[in-house]
Write a protein that binds this ligand. Structure first.
Ligand code: GAR
Length: 201
């Protein structure tokens, strides 16, 4: 079966990026990871992509006049590689109209809370500080808001009395690493990919 071409956007450590690549290698995810897009050239995820031989577009926002400037450049790269789905895996930047229009309903994000609770940065710390007893992970479509798009799937996780921020983060990320690849695979197998769709018309 034809592999769906994806690009992963990330800004940091890249544990979710790593999981996606590993699950692909293990044959559990029918995708080709065509490109990593990273807005922090010094981030660990860039090193990971280079170890896997995955092409990277790393940029600094301040080198462009505005968001439209770097998003046009990203769009050019995505189109050149015929990328069909965009996967945000810890990309800590709001997506603007340029990319939203280029990938309508084909861009998803993972967030470490049960949205709509605790959107934005440091969702795990926000949940910990709020003293809630349950948090979790959400995968959702991307829209113009901050972690506000339509929810695709969620998994809850109990916060234990023994948890500190680090242990909670570790357990939340274990959920992410299971939920994200499974959700991506489900979505692409349900919706097919653009080329297959085209060939049926
Ligand atoms: C992940 O926990 C992801 O859910 C979060 O950033 C982390 C990236 O970790 N994303 C957000 O908070 C988006 N609002 P990673 O670099 O190890 O994959």
């Amino acid at each position: 079966m034809k592999k769906t071409k994806i690009a992963v956007f990330a800004s940091g450590t890249g544990s979710n990026f790593d999981t996606i690549v590993r699950e692909r290698k293990a044959g559990h995810l029918n995708v080709e990871v065509c490109l990593l897009v990273c807005d922090k050239p010094e981030a660990l995820v860039v090193e990971k992509a280079s170890q896997y031989g995955i092409p990277t577009f790393a940029f600094e926002a301040k080198s462009y006049e505005n968001k439209e400037g770097f998003e046009r450049e990203i769009e050019k790269q995505l189109k050149k590689l015929e990328v069909e789905w965009v996967i945000l895996a810890g990309y800590m930047r709001l997506i603007g109209p340029t990319l939203l229009q280029a990938y309508p309903n084909r861009m998803i994000n993972i967030h470490p809370s049960l949205l709509p609770a605790f959107p934005g940065k440091d969702a795990i710390g926000q949940a910990f500080d709020a003293g809630v007893k349950v948090t979790g992970v959400t995968v959702h479509f991307v829209d113009e808001g901050m972690d506000t798009g339509q929810i695709i799937d969620q998994e809850a996780l109990r916060i234990l009395d023994s948890d500190d921020r680090d242990s909670l983060q570790k357990r939340v990320q274990e959920v992410e690493h299971r939920l994200f690849p499974a959700t991506i695979q489900k979505l692409i197998s349900e919706r097919g990919n653009q080329n297959e769709k085209k060939s049926t018309h």
